[in-house]
Design a protein around this ligand. Structure first.
Ligand code: UP5
Ligand code: MG
Length: 349
């Protein structure tokens, strides 16, 4: 294989990183091993080995091809070292190398075992364009609940700007304290921070799932946020439609105080709710007006029963929802989110 003429048979790319054995780190591309018979007698085809996809190192440094492949004899996925010896394995029958399960250190490997990431798009190429809808509404208007349902039932990605910021707090990095302080006061974090988190998450999800439909929950919350979006995504990037979840304040307050019993959120208390709502009125409502003036705002009455709200949302998304999700039966989690099935004790959302 050469870079000008990569194999197209298998379009996944594998990245191995953080390994105890640094030499297995790096990008792997579809294997260019010519068809031949494997140790179990299975005839391979280009990009495949033992009937499953297989990969070579992108830098071609490994002596073994494929460098990541499935063994029918040992019923396991294997990653080899540069000298061709096997370093890591994962016993399972999955179609692709596992990304969630830990890898086992094989004879010539060194702990800790690496993490495997599967890209559906070549990470060396520009990222495909996402299809984005913004979801905005007051605190407790149901953005998270409805976007999660769209993720489970309709195959959309759900990215909550608030959840990404809370993940930063939990990760405890440089910005953790600043973010926690701002969130507790119900104010808005600097735009560059929230947009960068969103952009990185969008790219990662497109590359690793191949799916491009996104609901961005809780962003943009100010005109400055909206401007910041275009600064980072490009002045000519399409203006996403905004779905505005309209809900009266007493309902919002009641819902958040209900959630406060188990959410553990530093802003789920009477004081913070008022501050959040003040910020919503001062900063977010003018943003809703801006999108409305551009004919880019769709209102959803989210003060109603969960099933009615979700049915409205599903209708607005239907133009882009992939066919395979059209008549999917409700999952147990979706039934819980819709209030059709009780939550197991202690996990009420
Ligand atoms: N519930 C939901 N739908 C219901 C329905 N139809 N009927 C009855 N109950 C319903 O829902 C809240 C509760 O109501 C849940 O218990 C649910 O079961 C129930 P949820 O779906 O969680 O509402 P949501 O709108 O997501 O509420 P949330 O509190 O998450 O909204 P906020 O906008 O306040 O919070 P967010 O996480 O988006 O942001 C938090 C903070 O981060 C912001 O205040 C800000 O400080 C910061 N931030 C930024 O600075 N910049 C950003 O870009 C984003 C966030
Ligand atoms: Mg939320």
């Amino acid at each position: 294989m050469n870079d000008q003429n990569p194999p197209t048979k298998n379009t996944l790319f594998i990245e191995v990183s953080g390994a105890g054995l640094p030499e297995v780190d790096g990008l792997y591309v579809p294997s260019a091993e010519p068809p031949k018979e494997s140790e179990s007698g299975t005839l391979s085809s280009l990009g495949y080995w033992n009937g499953k996809m297989a990969w070579d190192r992108a830098d071609k440094k490994s002596k073994r091809s494929p460098a990541i492949s499935y063994s029918n004899t040992y019923k396991s996925w294997r990653i080899c070292r540069l000298d061709g010896h096997l370093a890591y394995d994962n016993t399972c029958n999955e179609e692709l190398p596992p990304t969630e399960r830990e890898w086992h250190v094989y004879k010539k490997g060194v702990a800790p075992a690496p993490k495997v990431v599967i890209h559906h798009y070549d990470p060396r190429m520009p990222c495909p364009e996402p299809n984005i809808l913004f979801v905005i509404g007051g605190p407790g208007s149901g953005k998270g609940t409805m976007c999660k349902l769209a993720e489970l039932q309709l195959g959309w990605h759900h990215l909550s700007a608030g959840d990404l910021l809370r993940a930063e707090i939990n990760a405890g990095g440089e910005t953790a304290e600043l973010i926690e302080d701002i969130i507790t006061k119900g104010e808005l974090v600097p735009t560059s921070l929230s947009v960068t988190l969103l952009k990185n998450a969008i790219e990662r999800l497109i590359r690793t799932t191949g799916k491009v439909n996104f609901l961005i929950d809780g962003f943009p919350r100010s005109i400055e946020n909206a401007q910041g979006w275009f600064n980072i995504f490009g002045k000519d990037s399409p203006i996403p439609t905004m779905l505005y979840f309209e809900c009266p304040y007493p309902v919002l307050e009641k819902r958040i105080l209900g959630r406060a019993k188990y959410s553990g959120r530093s802003d789920d208390n009477v004081e913070s709710i008022k501050l959040r709502f003040d910020t919503f009125k001062a900063e977010t409502l003018p943003t809703v007006e801006l999108f409305r003036s551009k004919n880019k705002c769709v209102e959803i009455n989210s003060g109603r029963d969960r099933q009615l709200v979700f049915s409205d949302l599903a209708e607005h998304l239907s133009e882009f929802t992939e066919n395979e999700f059209a008549d999917l039966p409700l999952s147990e989690e979706a039934e819980m989110l819709l209030g059709l099935r009780p939550y197991p004790s202690k996990t009420t959302p």
